[in-house]
Design a protein around this ligand. Structure first.
Ligand code: UDX
Length: 437
């Protein structure tokens, strides 16, 4: 069996590498020629733990990386993992996925194979029926369900654990008609992931499952963030003890209760906005989802208010941001709260210095010469009047009185409570911990 994966981002490249490492005959396809060259030489175009290791194992087996779409003609399964970025009104941009399925359709027109096309990209309910299926049928001149299979197969992997999540997913979702192709897909996945639950449903439900999943996670985060704000006004209250304890209730669950400066990244904010936009469009007022989003935006505003309360006017104050990636163990800064915060602080004319163990280069692409890029945590804190710890990089745990001794004003805002147990000679504020005045 030959498998094609179209779009070599986090989802596509992780899938390509994992399938290839298991000895499958895999073709990874991307329109970006330079990216393909890099991947072919065993280098991942972004930092993701274990990805390069898996990729290199795959490259020694039966893995081809190319920008040539015509190679899908011999494939039995074609995964589409093209990006669906956000438009300014919150809706998703379908141009990349349309391009990909148009190319697949053209190849199918000339192919003798009856492959299964599986859409992994996150798309609003109805996209498969109203956009993807018509393009594929028109371009190929063939009928879905008879001459080729079409299945919605949303992906739930998290960046920073993309390989583990691809190898050991918590569920497989297959959306589409009950055809021979669905049977084949089910058998493929049950061999690949024995013991993993498979949900078989229709296209629109599969599409909605993905949004339900991410909007629920966002809701959990905004919930704990709102509680953390309440805790901050109860002297001595500790949000982590609360989260840990309510997380033991199996109806609640322990994960995604880590209070912080708000959720960021390339998925949660985008998916929330797309779902809100979709709900509005179909006439359902998404009151809860809007509140989740608003609570998320407020988290950053609260940080700015605290700085202003302590430092007065922000203009020309030296502020250090520790952690610019959207979460630890990644170099991804897309929709990172830290990046948004820096933009706001720059507007208020702050002098910003940053440090991140992995995301310096990506941060530099955004701010170029407008901010200072420190070589170490201590370097970043030199002469600073305020340090904000945005995410929990392991390296930040080592911060102590020695590392802050050259701060001009020892004022620290710890969004992840990394230093909450240390005796710091500083004005220390932690999100979710009530300050004892
Ligand atoms: C998310 C979903 O988790 C994943 O299932 C989907 O496939 C893609 O989107 P990802 O974007 O990698 O994954 O990030 P995630 O780990 O979910 O974190 C999103 C944001 O929420 C980050 O900014 C993170 O710092 C924040 N977060 C997460 C919290 O603030 N607290 C938490 O408890 C969890």
């Amino acid at each position: 069996m030959k498998i094609a994966v179209i779009g070599l981002g986090f989802v596509g490249l992780s899938l390509t590498s994992v399938l290839a490492s298991k000895g499958n005959n895999v073709i990874g396809i991307d329109v970006d020629v330079e990216k393909c060259k890099k991947i072919r030489s065993g280098i991942a175009p972004f930092f993701e733990p274990d990805l390069e290791k898996m990729l290199r194992i795959g490259l020694k087996k039966k893995l081809t990386i190319t920008d040539d779409f015509s190679l899908v003609k011999d494939c039995d399964m074609i995964f589409v993992a093209a990006g669906t970025p956000q438009k300014s009104n919150g809706a998703i941009e379908l141009s990349m996925i349309k391009k990909a399925v148009t190319s697949i359709g053209r190849v199918l027109a000339k192919s003798k194979k009856s492959p299964i096309v599986l859409i992994k990209s996150t798309v609003i309910p109805g996209t498969m029926q109203n956009v993807i299926l018509p393009i594929l049928e028109r371009r190929s001149g063939k009928k879905a369900g008879r001459e080729f299979g079409l299945i919605s197969n949303p992906e739930f992997l998290q960046e920073s654990s993309a390989i583990r999540d691809t190898k050991f997913p918590h569920v497989i979702v297959l959306g589409g008609y009950q055809t021979k192709f669905m049977k084949k897909a089910k058998s493929f996945f049950s061999k690949l992931h024995p013991n993993v639950s498979i949900t078989i449903t229709n296209h629109q439900t599969a599409e909605m499952i993905k949004y339900a999943n991410n909007s629920f996670l966002a809701t959990k985060i905004s919930f704990i963030n709102q509680l953390s704000n309440i805790c901050q006004n109860i002297p001595g209250a500790n949000i982590d003890d609360i989260a840990k304890t309510i997380g033991l209730d199996p109806r609640i669950g322990a994960l995604f209760l880590n209070a912080g400066p708000g959720y960021g990244g390339s998925c949660l904010p985008k998916d929330m906005k797309a779902l809100i936009n979709f709900a509005d469009r179909i006439g359902t007022n998404p009151t809860l989802l809007n509140a989740v989003e608003k609570t998320n935006q407020n988290q950053m505003e609260n940080i700015i208010s605290l700085i202003e309360k302590k430092l007065g006017k922000i203009a020309s104050k030296r502020i250090t941001i520790l952690g610019t990636a959207f979460k630890p163990n990644t170099d991804d800064v897309r929709d990172s709260i830290a990046i948004e915060l820096i933009k706001k602080l720059l507007k208020k004319k702050a002098k910003i210095t940053i440090y991140d163990p992995k995301a310096m280069r990506n941060t530099m692409k955004i701010f170029e010469g407008k901010i200072v890029y420190a070589k170490s945590i201590t370097d970043a804190l030199n002469k600073s009047q305020c340090a904000i710890m945005m995410i929990h990089w392991k390296q930040f745990e080592a911060l102590n009185n020695n590392s802050i001794k050259h701060m001009k004003r020892k004022f620290i805002i710890d969004c992840r409570r990394i230093l909450s147990k240390k005796e710091l000679d500083a004005e220390y504020y932690a999100i979710g911990i009530g300050k004892k005045e």
